[in-house]
Design a protein around this ligand. Sequence first.
Ligand SMILES: NC(=O)c1ccc[n+]([C@@H]2O[C@H](COP(=O)([O-])OP(=O)(O)OC[C@H]3O[C@@H](n4cnc5c(N)ncnc54)[C@H](OP(=O)(O)O)[C@@H]3O)[C@@H](O)[C@H]2O)c1
Length: 234
Amino acid sequence: MDGTPADDAAESGAAETGADPSDEGARDHEAPEAAPYGIVVAVARDGVIGRDDDLPWHHPEDLKHFKRTTLGHALVMGRKTWESFGAKPLPRRRHLIVSRSVGADADAVLPEGAERDGARWFGSVDAAVAWWRAHPVGGSAARPGANGANDASHAEAERLFVIGGGQIFAQVLDESGPLPDPLVITWVPAVGRQDGDVLFPVDRDWIEKRYTTAATRPGEDEGLEFVEYRLIPR
Ligand SMILES: NC(=O)c1ccc[n+]([C@@H]2O[C@H](COP(=O)([O-])OP(=O)(O)OC[C@H]3O[C@@H](n4cnc5c(N)ncnc54)[C@H](OP(=O)(O)O)[C@@H]3O)[C@@H](O)[C@H]2O)c1
């Protein structure tokens, strides 16, 4: 992930659309309880999200969208994603980094919740989420997406977004646990699976059986599509 901190946060609203009432699969699916966080990700139409510890594309419009979506909120990410944007915090967002080098045992480099390089460090996603719940800022720790992912009320309550990478997405999209809500996904043109080394763990079909499309708009750049999905309640 490169360039995000320097990008302008141009404000523009997503076009609201209703959920597709004809989606029988979605209606019938028994969705598990929602997790207290959402996801923000750019996914190529062939499922690729990363290559050589970086994004396999450069879409400035998506970087602006990422900034607009996440500004004022807290971000959970794997150690490799943190390093992919220079191991420096993005402005005005709390950073919660997950690494196996963190924990209570004697081999751990850092204790749970330690602060280093402007970020907090945790030995698991669950530990990061528990810390976030215990340390609210800007009012109560509201569920992400409670006012819509593009809502401008960032100052009122910080939301929590998992932003990658592949290993972390695989853990939070595991159906044996609560699923993230919302999914803020930018669909980008396919890059070729043979050229990507990190894939998003689920495909669009999987998503659209468990989530409704709450908002969608095409990008100005060719082939970009910005979609917000909301978990279908039981
Ligand atoms: N397209 C997008 O929107 C997007 C978003 C984010 C990232 N990416 C791309 O994805 C790639 C990085 O993804 P990745 O899958 O290689 O790495 P990652 O998920 O960002 O980070 C992996 C690291 O997280 C830690 N980790 C993972 N599972 C853990 C667990 N259960 N407990 C404790 N720590 C755990 C480990 O850190 P330690 O090794 O320190 O133990 C592991 O090496 C890059 O190419 C990046 O550009 C794309």
